[in-house]
Design a protein around this ligand. Structure first.
Ligand code: PAF
Length: 280
């Protein structure tokens, strides 16, 4: 696997692949890779001739400086995982390669996606995400880019940005991979101790319970049942629970508001913030 640190070398590789009409699949990440990321790489390898991954912990998308400081970093083991998965190239730039000192977030209207759920609770987060993804898309020029559905709202945000600014790039969402106890795989899971990681199965169990209660109880009652189920287990504290339309992500008032309902949760396990979602 080729390690690329600068934009100039990346552009040279991309130009030569384009020249040879080689399809490029792209998997952007912030590193601390797990099997969920590797499933995206494998999907890209199946569907494209050449797969590029990126690892960049994007400071612009962290609304909390402490979260940025504590975000896990593991470049050596990440490279080994990518290599054994068969990834062709890794772009892993330094921050100074990506951003000028006074970089401003990309101005792009995300509509109501910016004001609900992650948009509401992490102000500026999505502006930071689309800023980096727009840059990466402009440099890597992929035919297809792969993102996990664990960050379902992020996927919707990236689709909206790409439709306007990179209409030729296909944005593909891939299913969430889960640990045997149901906990969604996430780079942040390494910050949970063994007991908390074990008990975090309550998040998945509560979402499954919501599926059983769909059309049985009103939407707001299901949300409140899910909240109490999760908060009965220490140390979990719910930040939000929303049941929303799976397409436009607008919160539902009643079940008949949509054909495809999805539950979204954000939960704190002490200072580690976990998000998850599931079709109902
Ligand atoms: O999902 C992530 O890891 C990040 O938000 C992304 C898409 C790589 C942008 O930094």
């Amino acid at each position: 696997m080729k390690l690329i640190k600068d934009i100039h070398s990346l552009s040279q590789i991309v130009s030569s692949k384009k020249h040879e009409h080689i399809n490029i699949g792209f998997v952007p990440t912030m590193g601390a890779l797990h099997e969920g990321h590797i499933s995206l790489i494998k999907q890209s390898l199946l569907e494209n001739d050449f797969t590029i991954a990126s690892i960049f912990v994007n400071p612009l998308q962290f609304n909390n400086p402490d979260d940025l400081k504590k975000y896990p970093r593991a470049l050596d083991s990440d490279m080994q995982m990518l290599e054994s998965a068969g990834c062709n190239a890794l772009f892993a730039p330094e921050t100074s390669e990506v951003y000028s000192g006074d970089e401003q977030p990309l101005q792009f209207d995300l509509g109501n996606l910016a004001n609900i759920m992650e948009g509401k609770f992490r102000p500026g987060h999505f502006a930071g995400v689309i800023t980096i993804v727009h840059k990466l898309f402009s440099w890597v020029k992929p035919d297809v880019a792969y993102f996990g559905e664990k960050d379902f709202q992020q996927l919707a945000v990236i689709r909206k940005m790409a439709k306007a600014l990179h209409p030729n790039i296909i944005v593909t969402g891939c299913p969430t991979l889960r640990e045997p106890n149901g906990l969604a795989m996430s780079s942040r899971n390494v910050r949970l101790n063994k007991t908390v990681r074990h008990n975090a199965s309550i998040i998945y169990k509560a979402m499954q319970h919501a599926r059983q209660l769909k059309n049985v109880l009103p939407v707001y009652e299901v949300c409140s049942k899910v909240r109490s189920m999760i908060e009965e287990v220490a140390p979990f504290k719910v930040e939000y629970i929303e049941i929303a339309d799976a397409v436009n992500l607008q919160p539902l008032q009643q079940w008949s508001d949509t054909q495809s309902a999805r539950i979204f949760v954000a939960v704190f396990a002490n200072d580690v913030r976990l998000i998850d979602n599931a079709a109902l």
